[in-house]
Design a protein. Structure first.
Lengths: 471, 471
């Protein structure tokens, strides 16, 4: 389980590292840290991937500083790992070859908010909650919500999405431009602030989802949304997961512009009730949110209610008060921690398949059967409006048989989704743990093309080595 | 004016070409054409860029055939130029180094329509009108509408958009996956059919907008939309172009989800009236379209009406009947040809800047003054909801002074837009004619990165050489 996935390059020599510590300390003083605790915190991952700490952590304050650090590392052939908040689920910030972790959490400037253009320019260390706090008084919000209060830089790096994506898209849809420090230390601005452009290769989207393997993202120009005039939310219980999925499929096909449509299976609902002291009905649930004018929110909810009635006897219940709504979504966001509470001491395994919506019910249903047969505790939550769902097996990693059984389950899950024209990861990214699935999903020629890109932009393989594609 | 922009590689030898004619003819028979008329038709461009015919035209029928052709060309180092319908405005299909034009217009299969997933899989030669014809009975439509009945492959290649983009996005937003023949003849599928994915580098968007310089796009998986329950359109005259732009800015900022909001200046309106036998009021006009339910269309139109009233005394007039609506949009789509009618015999020059919406009124206003001072005939139309507008100078290309004056005007226009954080091309693409503006817009480091990508994927520079970045 804890085997490091094919380290891609030799570790830097101890001499090179101690030289680098001296040079960096000379330049950045106390912002260079080599204590074991801090290094381990930066090799941390929320799942069962083993901690692999970097040799050095540097807290950068500006794009120019990041460029300086990268140039020093490039000169010595030392790996560079960009770090935001460390909420990655796939070992993205692990340092299998050691190296320098550039912590961007001090880069929190909100450089500009262009209210009239519905966009803003921020540094990569700003988290989504910090940004929304800043925007609230202006009547604007940033809609992408992966649950964790991740840094926007990290969200760009993994092409994150989450609960609102069904309405507002993913990170690929909301980034206008990026400032990126390339592996040679050069600083690139990927695009202008125009809402659209055909001026050459799409460098912006080349960097979105590249997980720090092509450069360090330091500044981001983001599209924003006006806070909707009206927001309403509610829950709807279903007799089976399949019935809930069928209702989702019909809702999406009907073109109802739901802002959120989230599935919790009965196991996850039990976990959430325990963790968040709620009393939700312990059957498969859909949590919904509608955005719009008063009239359109009402219309959307009515149309959803009619569809739901075809698949459940239970009523669609409103959470009209803002406090109730917040409590509901907080509970949804805490689903990951709630699930872990079902088996204290066990490790959580992240999965993230996404299939065309027509195959969703079938995919979830087969997966539920597989979970049952495997005898695992594995709650399901999902951004089902996009066909994306997370099974979260809870595993005793000290028991090799259990670990092997879980690995086999994840394998079956991914292959099931790919066979349905889906993907191994809808939003978490590849990191270390999904690398083995890229060839199954993309085929050899596409994977080769990814390697060509990596080699061309980072010929010495210093940028977050051992992630996405192994060279 | 007609100088070829730095041919990037030596032309293939006559011997290599005649060998290739023999080999291709042997394999593809009458689908290999070398007549001057057909070659010239394939080196054609709608603007003043000089015709540069390829040596050979081959009509391909399948992805595998395209792969075979590319492999033959690669073996001989002969350029490959993909061709859709030839509606490019920037010299994209010109063959400055000769070579083989692969005409994809026979690749018209609609491979699958997944109604339940709101997507379809088509071959690259299908045009947008053909696709919409096919989809109509299913209650679906493909929303991207650049005016011309372009092939979808060509629209992917230039990252096209057009009148509906303000609501439905551009080609970068509606493509789920591509099948691409790489410069070595390998066939790559860029992504699955999942609505979102974080599984590695975004090969799909790397290819969108690459204008045939990284490979030949042969199949496309596209997102579709349900035909709206209600559609309404109308026109609104304004006293000045600035007043119209100010109304657009406020409309977009208010979050009204207009489906189309198009500007025609008074010169363009006169041209349209003459060409399409209409009697539109000859002042700056906004043409609008709203999509939604009956109630929401009504609500949108009312809110727009209130905004417009702040900037004009003229009323917002409905075109309620479908025939009226079609006639209006057909007139809009014919704007290019209508404009040419203002100065018979003159050549049309395409421009395509796009700026953040807050700068739109200022940019259009300064440009109008510039046109006036230049003494040119140069109507303006624009997808102003995105900040994108086209000035279309009509130039006597036999008069060097006029040509030089127009070049200088285009230079000022692009620099004005870039200084306002905009782009030299919102939707037409770079082709040959915008290459010189890429460095002004992107800076040297970003342009270098584009060259790194081109070199890595097409090391022998056989794919549509002399476009986007010169190697």
């Amino acid at each position: 389980m804890n085997a490091i996935l094919s380290p891609s390059r030799p570790k830097a020599s101890e001499a090179a590292i101690s030289d680098l510590v001296a040079e960096l300390s000379n330049r950045f003083g106390e912002r260079v840290v080599t204590s074991a605790a801090v290094r381990e915190q930066h090799g941390h991952t929320l799942t069962w991937v083993k901690n692999q700490p970097p040799d050095i952590v540097v807290y950068a304050r500006t794009t120019e500083e990041v460029s300086e650090i990268v140039k020093l590392c490039a000169a010595k052939g030392v790996p560079v790992i960009p770090f935001g908040t460390g909420t990655s689920l796939e070992g993205h910030v692990n340092a299998p070859d050691g190296g320098v972790c550039i912590d961007l959490s001090l880069m929190k400037r909100i450089i500009a908010v262009h209210e009239e253009d519905l966009d803003c320019v921020i540094e990569a260390g700003v988290t989504r909650k910090e940004l929304n706090e800043h925007l609230r008084d202006k009547g604007l919000f940033f809609p992408i919500d992966p649950g964790a209060d991740a840094s926007i830089g990290g969200m760009v790096s993994t092409r994150a999405s989450g609960t609102n994506a069904v309405r507002y898209g993913t990170m690929k849809d909301v980034v206008l431009s990026l400032t990126v420090v390339l592996p040679n230390g050069e600083i690139v601005k990927t695009a202008s602030r125009a809402k659209k452009s055909s001026a050459g290769y799409d460098l912006t989207r080349l960097m979105i989802g590249s997980e720090g393997t092509l450069g360090v993202i330091t500044e981001i120009t983001l599209k924003l949304q006006g806070i909707p005039e009206a927001i309403s939310a509610g829950i709807c219980p279903f007799p089976t997961v399949k019935a809930a999925c069928d209702a989702v499929i019909m809702t999406i096909q009907s073109g109802i512009p739901v802002a959120r449509i989230e599935l919790l299976d009965e196991v996850q609902v039990r976990a959430v009730n325990l963790h968040s002291k709620l009393s939700l009905p312990e059957s498969p649930l859909l949590l919904l949110e509608f955005h719009g004018t008063d009239a359109s929110v009402q219309e959307q909810a009515e149309r959803f209610g009619e569809i739901a009635a075809e698949f459940t006897d239970q009523p669609f219940e409103w959470a009209t008060k803002p406090e109730e709504r917040s409590r509901l979504w907080q509970a949804r966001h805490d689903a990951y921690w709630a699930a872990r509470g079902l088996r204290p001491g066990a490790q959580s395994v992240a999965t993230d398949v996404c299939v065309p919506i027509s195959r969703l019910a079938e995919c979830v249903d087969e997966t539920k059967k597989d979970i049952l047969e495997s005898g695992m505790i594995a709650p399901i939550v999902g951004h089902v409006g996009d066909g994306n769902f997370h099974v979260q097996p809870l595993v005793n990693t000290d028991d090799p048989a259990e670990v092997a059984a879980c690995e086999a389950f994840v394998d079956r899950l991914v292959k099931r989704a790919v066979a349905m024209e889906g993907t191994c990861t809808g939003e978490h990214g590849v990191g270390q743990k999904k690398m083995k699935y890229l060839e199954i999903e993309h085929g050899e020629a596409a994977l080769d093309l990814m390697r060509v890109l990596k080699r061309a932009i980072d010929p010495h393989n210093i940028m977050n080595p051992g992630k996405i594609v192994a060279l």
